[in-house]
Design a protein around this ligand. Sequence first.
Ligand code: TXA
Ligand code: MG
Length: 340
Amino acid sequence: MLTERLILTGDETQDKPLIQQAAAIIRAGGLVAFPTETVYGLGADALDSAAVRRIFLAKGRPAWDPLIVHVAAPEDIHRYTHDHSILTAKLIQAFMPGPLTLVLPKRECISDVVTAGRDTVAIRIPQHPVARALIRYSGTPIAAPSANKFGRPSPTTADHVLQDLSGEIEAVLDGGATPMGVESTILDMTTEPPTLLRPGGVSREAIEAIVGEVRVLGRSFEEGESLPAPGLSARHYAPSARMLLCAPQPEVFYGALKDALSRYAFVGAMRPDGWRLPDSNRLRVFEWGAWGDWATLAQRLYLGLRALDGQGVHAIVCPLPPEEGLAGAIRDRLQRAASE
Ligand code: TXA
Ligand code: MG
């Protein structure tokens, strides 16, 4: 199969026929990758089990790991889930559309293939105009995991999607780099209090301001165990290189790089602006962005990990952001990448 790259301009009238073409593929049971505000998704008609099965095949994703359903409006959340709580209504009003996914009791029409046999469904309303137009033109909810091969970093550009899935999906809507760069926050509303399953674009602090204290999961699950969020298995994205996380101080970073160079033939550095580097022709550097500018660092995280991994380094040294806000989402992804 030849994967078609549908290049968008950002101009609504010019892009409309391309997004409609993609919507026709979705309606016909095909697979289309598309940009959201977080990362690229690999979409199929969520009400077509055969189409959804193809997502698992293309990604190489185990059948026990359920998908997020993407819808256009709050009414659709009520159409596919059973939830009438005030807290859910408040969260929808505060953060949707946006990078928040809610886990809610599912209705019959959402098949076991999407939810991996669970009686809950993860659902979100993306904010990206291309994702929104695609859902509208398709006239159906779109099931979509991140559009990477299982075990690879989530894609933040159409090039990343094609690196992983070229020849295995019908098309990718190329809307440029995704603005946030880390996946949505996932909140399980079926527990009391709600459980934060994955930190992301909407911070825990912002959620707690609305629903009160939430439960946060530890990260001590083993692959294949029955998990509250299956994708929470510690080893999620695992680069081929060894991830070496260090305290976020320039001297510590420098020391960690020196040490890595004494142990590994080729070393990668996720380098904050201006932080000192040892002098070595065995060092590969990704210029990450200004430390503390979490929006930029989140947006460029997977780009950097892919770039360094692609240069064949044996270890990647990276300073670890603090736990609060968007920094916490970056920290979570790095810790998962580093766990064995
Ligand atoms: O930002 C995002 O959320 C992106 C874009 C494309 O929307 N999607 C994404 O999907 O990151 P994915 O499949 O890579 O991650 C979804 C996570 C998985 O860890 C999965 O286990 C969890 O959501 N999940 C899905 N349905 C669930 C459910 N019913 N209960 C608990 N966790 C669920
Ligand atoms: Mg993923």
